[in-house]
Design a protein around this ligand. Structure first.
Ligand SMILES: *Cc1c(COP(=O)(O)O)cnc(C)c1O
Ligand code: SF4
Length: 480
């Protein structure tokens, strides 16, 4: 393969993965403190880790390591394992030889971080004439989510990602499909579907000729009801070469043009985590080239402690994105999976970050919705905090409108969290509001309680809570 370099960079433009085994080749790595390197090496035995030269050279400020946000995003960190787990693995690594005991310990820790019993792979799975179609999910009326088999990995891994179970190839932990013909047959039988969301891992890891096999059939006249094709991808941030200089980059852009020519909208759901990802000339060139095909790029990401948990970062991300022609879409709440204790941001704080970020930008950048949590009952958004007394005294719209400012009361029992469903599995709940008890530490639905008494919300079915963690761990893409 020829090696081309971008002006001002010595970085090769062919993809080269960096993982635990070849990390020592990196000059940036060699300069790090030995203790830090050792700790990362221990944690990397448990949590899969992969990055590449583009990320290392363009997105990480090595003078700020270990606090640099992108370093936190792609390199495993000591705090992701409990002290006890860390010590277990370290002892086994340092005592060498007993590789079987090490493998057993690693497997045990991984399963605890995100156990994945059968069952959940069938939840929301589409069926055709009674036959389940693995890799095709239909949870909300208009949108079908599709996981192509060859798109189940990424150019680099995000350390918080629940997909690590798939990447490390744990038994029975893959969700995927090989067949477009099943998808097409399903869509033909479902004229109510307007959107197909192709997700992964990262579908843009696929060669263009493979991607084409999935997309072209969707453009057929008998699927005219499919108006929008979405592709969820991190490649725009982790590997913009995919659209600029990879051998089949131009071919990929031709494919995008074909979608527009077939009178459909192609929406690239770009996973942008931090404003630094929009800075490199190559990332901007990728955006320009994608937009030239008639496709639109939207930006979405989860809110992650240590990475992007500050309102200024989100304002800057949305502002610079909008300037480049991107459309802000979702701010997600980090899922309850993987090393979540390290990354999670309490719901109340997530809302405060969103509010301050949105308050600080023009309407175009305020197109973002969030913070939102994808759970079994639907997509739940945290709308605001209000005092109980205000809720009783005033009209709800006024409360929501004014609810931002200073906390209405210092006493948590006097406060209420206002939430709504952006999307609900039960369509009657779409766009409806509900109230939760104020809990400054709660990070996920399973820790929320109704504001006016009771253990669970009316929209939760008996048993939902027990299954919350495993159920949605792998059945929905983080960035859907
Ligand atoms: C979020 C999501 C979608 C898409 O919802 P939009 O609000 O249309 O972006 C589809 N399927 C699942 C399972 C989702 O979580
Ligand atoms: S969050 Fe997305 S880009 Fe990151 S590792 Fe997971 S699937 Fe890949």
């Amino acid at each position: 393969m020829t090696t081309v370099t971008m002006p001002g960079s010595t970085e090769p433009t062919h993809y080269h993965a960096i993982g635990r085994s070849n990390l020592s080749e990196l000059p940036e790595w060699q300069k790090l403190d030995a203790q830090l390197r050792h700790e990362i090496d221990i944690v990397a035995r448990v949590l899969p880790f992969r990055t590449n030269r583009y990320v290392v050279e363009n997105l990480i400020d090595w003078s700020r390591v270990p606090d640099d946000p992108i370093f936190q995003l792609v390199f495993p960190q000591r705090g992701m394992l409990s002290e006890a787990d860390f010590d277990d693995v370290r002892t086994l690594v340092e005592s060498a030889d007993d590789s079987e005991a090490l493998a057993r310990a690693v497997d045990r820790i991984r399963r605890r971080l995100n156990p994945h019993p059968g069952g959940q792979l069938t939840h929301n799975t589409a069926t055709l004439a009674g036959r389940p179609l693995p890799g095709v999910q239909h949870k909300y009326r208009e949108t079908v989510v599709f996981f192509p088999a060859q798109g189940q990995t990424c150019h680099a891994y995000c350390t918080y990602c629940f997909r690590w179970a798939q990447f490390v190839g744990m038994q029975g932990m893959r969700i995927e499909t090989r067949s477009t013909s099943d998808l097409v047959a399903y869509l033909r039988a479902h004229p109510e579907v307007t959107d197909v969301l192709i997700t992964g891992g990262d579908p843009m890891i696929m060669a263009t000729r493979t991607l084409r096999r999935y997309i072209e059939p969707l453009l057929a006249p008998e699927l005219a009801h499919i108006q929008n094709i979405r592709i969820g991808t991190k490649s725009v941030a982790y590997w913009p070469h995919r659209f600029v200089s990879d051998a089949d980059a131009d071919d990929c852009l031709r494919l995008f043009e074909e979608v527009a020519a077939a009178n459909r909208h192609l929406a690239i759901m770009g996973h942008y985590t931090h404003p630094v990802e929009l800075k490199p000339a190559l990332a901007r060139e990728a955006i320009r080239r994608i937009r030239d095909t008639g496709a639109q790029i939207r930006m979405q990401a989860p809110l992650i402690r240590h990475v992007n948990d500050a309102p200024e970062l989100w304002s800057e991300l949305w502002r610079s994105g909008v300037r480049l022609g991107l459309i802000p879409y979702y701010m997600f709440i980090e899922r309850d999976t993987g090393p979540r204790d390290y990354f999670s941001v309490p719901l109340v704080r997530a809302h405060e970050i969103f509010r301050r970020a949105a308050a600080n930008v023009s309407g175009l950048a305020r197109a973002a919705q969030g913070p939102t949590m994808s759970v079994l009952p639907g997509k739940i958004r945290i709308l605001g905090v209000v005092a109980r007394s205000e809720l009783l005294d005033r009209q709800l719209p006024a409360v929501l409108h004014n609810g931002g400012g200073a906390m209405p009361s210092a006493d948590p029992r006097e406060q209420i969290l206002v939430c709504d469903f952006l999307q609900a599995r039960d369509a009657r709940l779409n766009q409806t509001v509900f109230f939760a008890a104020f809990d400054p530490g709660a990070t996920w639905l399973d820790q929320m309680r109704p504001a006016f008494g009771g253990e669970r919300f009316a929209f939760e079915q008996a048993g939902d809570r027990d299954r919350t963690a495993p159920l949605h761990a792998l059945t929905e893409c983080l960035l859907d």
